[in-house]
Design a protein around this ligand. Structure first.
Ligand SMILES: Nc1ncnc2c1ncn2[C@@H]1O[C@H](COP(=O)(O)OP(=O)(O)OP(=O)(O)O)[C@@H](O)[C@H]1O
Ligand SMILES: [Mg+2]
Length: 378
């Protein structure tokens, strides 16, 4: 790069996206005497600094940050502090301080850089929450198993009838643990390759027919009728991972059947050649609506939509945004004897995200719910 073309250092620092400050001070005992002799644009905006040269404490009062600054000003050492800005947009900053060369007038100088660590903090917290939730979900059936083992060793030892009944419950709890672990593993596998575009070809209609066959006995047991309305074979062909799309259809249809009243009908519709708008067009007038996931559109895309409609209890508006959170279940909702894991819709959302598709939900309390998964038709 030619000398003339090199941007001025001042301009470079001014344009840095991270807030950068320079603090000057003469006397370690004069805490009001630490002055902000430089603040770049990001720092001025964050700390609402109007003029250079003002006191540091009018911008930052947090004691640990001030200590770190002092360490660089008077201790000649690097300092570091965590700083959380409260208020509506709570942010978490890592403050790094470095000593600079003393100014010609004898003032001590320190460089202060603020690094926004809000996102990584949030991710950390989410991971910790997830682990706590997963452990709790596994702990519950395990506690019940342990309890029954105690009972079988104790007073139920010679009671053949009780033994049979307890073993039945234990088998169900063990199955629940297995289902949880399967779902957790499935979720982590999906997350691992979420950024890799799927490659296979599949006909959504054939996948849905397979799922209907697989779920028919379960639905029949509950007296629920699965009623498909599908486009012709070959029309709804997309690029995607067949097993994953099967999981999407399986989860949505299973939920609809699970939350249907006895004798209810689940309508399963597959359409093709739709615009994104047409894919999420209102199918239940007056319903609470929410898009849980929207695809990035460049224009001209066509989608295959899978719509699953039930006539069950519906879902109150306030629950809609949280439905695809891991382990989230609507309180007090009856799903029959087969208690869910609350991971189904989280899995659905990640799979659809990998396929660059969308997921929308419409629900009327007391009347039922429609889930629409739509996938780009490439
Ligand atoms: N069709 C539906 N009607 C009413 N509520 C539903 C419906 N689908 C999902 N929900 C609510 O959303 C929650 C989350 O669904 P999700 O599929 O993630 O978990 P689940 O069905 O409890 O468990 P799993 O699918 O793993 O067996 C459910 O517990 C239920 O409260
Ligand atoms: Mg489910």
């Amino acid at each position: 790069m030619a000398e003339r073309e090199r941007p001025a250092f001042a301009e470079m620092v001014e344009s840095l996206p991270d807030p950068v400050l320079v603090v000057a001070a003469q006397d370690p005992d004069d805490s009001a005497g630490r002055r902000l002799v430089f603040a770049n644009a990001a720092a001025r905006e964050l700390l609402r600094i109007q003029a250079q040269g003002g006191p540091l404490v009018s911008a930052i009062r947090h004691p640990r940050v001030l200590e770190a600054v002092d360490e660089s000003l008077f201790g000649g050492a690097n300092g570091e502090a965590a700083w959380e800005t409260g208020g509506a947009q709570d942010r978490f900053w890592r403050v790094l301080t470095r000593p600079l060369e003393t100014a010609p007038d004898g003032a001590r100088l320190a460089l202060v850089v603020l690094r926004d660590e809000t996102d990584s903090r949030r991710n950390e917290r989410m991971r910790a929450d997830f682990l706590a939730n997963a452990s709790h979900e596994l702990r519950t059936p395990l506690a019940s198993l342990t309890g029954f083992i105690e009972t079988l060793r104790g007073h139920a030892r010679d009671d053949a009838v009780a033994r049979e009944r307890f073993l039945g419950v234990m088998a169900a709890q063990a199955a629940r643990m297995a289902r949880l672990i399967d779902d957790l593993m499935s979720l982590s596998r999906i997350e691992l390759n979420e950024h890799i575009a799927p490659e296979g070809r599949l006909d959504v209609v054939l996948v849905v027919l397979d799922v209907i066959d697989a779920l028919a006995p379960l639905a029949a047991e509950r007296g629920v009728k699965l009623s498909p309305k599908l486009v012709e074979r070959g029309v709804a062909t997309i690029t995607g991972d067949r097993d994953q799309i099967l999981q999407v259809a399986q989860n949505l249809i299973d939920n609809a059947a699970k939350y249907s009243p006895a004798g209810g009908v689940v309508e399963i519709e597959v359409k093709a050649g739709l615009t994104a708008e047409a894919a999420i067009a209102v199918s239940r007038p007056g319903a609470a609506r929410l898009s849980l996931l929207s695809p990035d559109l460049v224009g001209g895309e066509r989608f295959v939509a899978l719509k699953v409609t039930d006539h069950g209890p519906g879902i109150a508006r306030e629950h809609l945004p949280r439905l695809s959170e891991r382990f989230y279940r609507v309180e007090g909702q009856k799903s029959g004897e087969r208690l869910g894991t609350g991971l189904g819709l989280a899995i659905v959302k990640h799979i659809i995200n990998r396929h660059r598709g969308g997921l929308a939900i419409e629900s009327v309390e007391g009347q039922g719910t429609t889930f629409t998964a739509y996938l780009p038709q490439l």
